[in-house]
Design a protein around this ligand. Sequence first.
Ligand SMILES: Cc1cc2nc3c(=O)[nH]c(=O)nc-3n(C[C@H](O)[C@H](O)[C@H](O)COP(=O)(O)OP(=O)(O)OC[C@H]3O[C@@H](n4cnc5c(N)ncnc54)[C@H](O)[C@@H]3O)c2cc1C
Length: 435
Amino acid sequence: MKRRELLGLMGGAGLGWSVLPGAARAAQPAKDAGTQRVVIVGGAWAGLSAARELRLRAPELDVLVIDREPVLRALPLSTPWLVDRTPERMPRLDRAALAAQLGYRFVAADVQRIDRAQRNVVTAQGGPYAYDWLLLATGVSYDYGAWFGADTRAAQAAQTLYPAGFVASELDVLKARLQSFTGGNLLINVPAPPNRCPPAPYERAMLMAWWLKSRRIKGRVTVLDAGGGMPRFTRLFAERYPDHIDFQPHTTIRAVDPFARTVSTDDGDLHFDHAMLLPPLRASAVVEQAGLLGHDPQGQPTRWAGVDPLRLRAPLDERVFLAGDLLDTVSPLFGHYPKTAHMATRLGVAAAQQIAARSRSGGAHATEPPLALPHSVCHVWLDADPAEQLRIETQYRLRGDGLITQAVGQHDNPQPRGEDLQWGLGLYADALGVK
Ligand SMILES: Cc1cc2nc3c(=O)[nH]c(=O)nc-3n(C[C@H](O)[C@H](O)[C@H](O)COP(=O)(O)OP(=O)(O)OC[C@H]3O[C@@H](n4cnc5c(N)ncnc54)[C@H](O)[C@@H]3O)c2cc1C
């Protein structure tokens, strides 16, 4: 893809399917008899990697991607942009234009319901969209119920006034809120794992502290961490920003009053002037609606999508595959895969390969290819000026007893020369098909 084409994807009007109110049903083309359809719900790192892989590996399949947002925006590399340390570096992608160029279809719509018995997907804008194979790649959603129960007014106030910025659609409003912060206590919290991009809250704290210091804003970042933190960052907080970061490990937020601007912990209440309130995360609502939540060893439903880790398939439904941040635990040795974009692309590609193989062998009881185990790379900033970065790599291996093992490596990059951007654009190119 040439630079001119990338610019088209970044800003151009959608070339592919756009769903107008009431037009969603018409957007569904007649499927040739015998053509199998893959519907991918969620068109980000996992979903778009899968769509591209299916186009390359199984051109005979009809591939439809559904996402509620017409434009893909990257969370990776967003924190330095939030504090004006860099311009926005990852281009925004027009999903319809990308789909048209790569030869799959895209519908902008909010999926409300999956009917697994009928094998179709219903959106707020229309449908149903029938599938032979379904890939769910819907990422995470916030579990505000953990703080507010049924009080949707408080939950809405928390999200509107104090967004965490852990979903991409919040980035602009988060930046605007930060820009109007004039001082006081800026609260960041880290809920109990699993979290999206585990080092992200600590990178945020470091860069926020730098931002306060460099702008001479009389403020302090308070980090309330339900866990013990990442030793690398804890040390840096104390060494470099002792006056600007107050790190409180093993402190879980039990309740939030977004109107009074207080949070309650086991240690008492804390007032904040501004906050990035991150509630516990969970797989998005449609996973629960579809009856696809995993179960813990006691048989209780978890907050994540249950998965057969060596097939990326729903344990209860051979027609449903899963990829990306929504996955439940994959190994008793380490629990969840890290919820990163890199990992999501590897899982998207692997799930697509499974679907391609299954569709060719007539469905049930197929011989699937051995799953290519994923890996993940994550670049985080340790400090802003001069820039310092850390590359975190995780590798996976299948042990003799059939369990997946994990190895984690951390590599300092004291003089970064754009390796993070190179990595991000590399993922766009290699996994999503953007160059
Ligand atoms: C601050 C921050 C920094 C990060 N930095 C890095 C990094 O440096 N490196 C890295 O590898 N990862 C990073 N990540 C993690 C990365 O962003 C996620 O792991 C990645 O986005 C997961 O991809 P996904 O495709 O599984 O889910 P998502 O990106 O969440 O995509 C899910 C998609 O599904 C759509 N969707 C959900 N429900 C519905 C529905 N009902 N109907 C229609 N559409 C729906 C959503 O609109 C969304 O587009 C970072 C995350 C954060 C928060």
